[in-house]
Design a binder for this molecule. Structure first.
Ligand SMILES: NC(=O)c1ccc[n+]([C@@H]2O[C@H](COP(=O)([O-])OP(=O)(O)OC[C@H]3O[C@@H](n4cnc5c(N)ncnc54)[C@H](O)[C@@H]3O)[C@@H](O)[C@H]2O)c1
Ligand SMILES: [Zn+2]
Ligand SMILES: [Zn+2]
Length: 365
């Protein structure tokens, strides 16, 4: 089916008579398919139904497909990033109306619970990261967004949709979990371990604070090349196991003020523990599935801080402004584009990033 030419129902009246849509469905570990699914409907008065115009695939979707995220049950539509047009709003939604152009946060927030009041939206007692995890997500023609007033952001006229897709998850993740938690400061020396989309988003947003050095470490020369273009002062391919030695040489034996872990495996968190200088910060971003050793026998007297965080997306409004004023250009992370009907090809490309050089793939619904 050619989605570009197939007319789609536009009105909320059409929604009530049902109808189907295309959606990428998780069918259990290692299995996914593009299926015809019923269009979502308003379930709570605070919901909105959004017609997706652009979405993308995240490394976390690959974690789900590996079976690493048991909360995500077979039958769930994947995807937690995207932009679209509001199709319908529940009666309690006051900030948005039908036809509004919106950015979807990967985190849904009620705005009222104890955690939301502390701006820890990721820990919202009835929301958090549920989209494409505990409830159906954005890799579809339509999605139901709970707590629409808090979980959607208005897109100004003329804004670049593709760039904004990067604001649903990866830019706030890099900035909140890496840059803010890592206390990146003017003149500081930063190492980012992992040059995937998250590591690169961290690299882009770290430069708001003018650190003196940003050292990027990865195993993939192509990604390190991209990191150079994005402002890394030094890039290190750690395949030879000598990243620590190289960083120490580059910093006169001192180490780094901020070591940011953006991979999610024991080896890279252990490397961060060795890279950090006295008084520095280790900011973990990676999702860890395995136990990691903490070397307090070496770190107890080093005055360091270790932070962890699930992205809250509280910085989306700020990041919007930096994209609008061209301080950063997250569109540079986009390497491939597909139609929704070709989403299986998009997954194939994204899963084979070393070969395809994929960073972020845009899916047009
Ligand atoms: N904390 C959060 O809220 C949050 C949000 C989103 C994603 N994440 C996590 O952030 C991590 C990075 O995400 P991504 O999408 O960029 O993942 P990715 O898999 O695309 O990138 C990881 C990068 O690490 C590199 N790498 C692998 N092993 C390495 C090693 N031993 N040494 C150096 N580099 C190595 C890979 O070559 C790759 O470029 C993942 O664990 C993801 O699940 C966390
Ligand atoms: Zn994600
Ligand atoms: Zn809440």
């Amino acid at each position: 089916m050619n989605l570009m030419t197939t007319p789609k129902p536009k009105t909320s009246a059409d929604m009530t008579v049902g109808g189907t849509m295309k959606a990428l469905v998780y069918q259990g570990p290692g299995k996914k398919a593009l299926e015809d699914r019923p269009k979502p409907e308003i379930k709570a008065s605070t919901d909105a139904i959004v017609k997706i115009t652009r979405t993308t695939i995240c490394g976390t979707d690959l974690h789900i497909l590996k079976g690493d995220v048991p909360a995500c049950k077979p039958g769930t539509i994947l995807g937690h990033e995207g932009v679209g047009i509001i199709e319908q709003v529940g009666p309690a939604v006051t900030a948005f109306k039908e036809g509004d152009h919106v950015l979807i946060s990967c985190v849904s927030a009620c705005g009222k619970c104890e955690y939301c009041r502390k701006q820890m939206y990721s820990h919202c007692t009835t929301g958090g990261w549920i989209l494409g995890n505990k409830i159906d997500g954005t890799q579809a023609e339509f999605v139901r967004i709970p707590y629409a007033d808090m979980s959607l952001y208005p897109i100004p006229d003329g804004a670049d949709e593709e760039a904004l897709v990067m604001l649903s998850d990866i830019l706030p993740t890099g900035f909140e979990c890496g840059v803010l938690n890592g206390k990146v400061a003017p003149g500081s020396v930063v190492a980012i371990v992992g040059a995937g989309p998250i590591g690169l988003a961290t690299l882009l947003t770290a430069q708001f604070y003018s650190p003196a050095e940003i050292i990027m470490i990865d195993l993939d020369d192509n990604r390190l090349e991209v990191a150079k273009c994005f402002g890394a002062t030094t890039t290190i391919n750690s395949t030879d196991g000598k990243a620590l030695e190289t960083v120490m040489k580059a910093t006169g034996g001192r180490g780094v003020d901020t070591a940011i872990e953006a991979v999610g495996i024991p080896a890279t968190f252990e490397l961060c523990q060795k890279l950090v200088t006295a008084g520095g910060t280790i900011a973990n971003i990676g999702v860890h599935g395995k136990k990691v050793d903490l070397h307090l026998e070496e770190l107890w007297d080093r005055n360091i801080s270790i932070t962890t965080r699930l992205v809250d997306t509280i910085t989306i409004p700020m990041l919007f402004k930096t994209v609008g004023s061209k301080k950063i250009d997250p569109k540079r992370l986009i390497t491939h584009r597909f139609r929704l009907e070709k989403i299986l090809d998009a997954y194939e490309t994204f899963e084979n990033a070393a070969k395809t050089k994929a960073l972020k793939v845009i899916i047009e619904a």
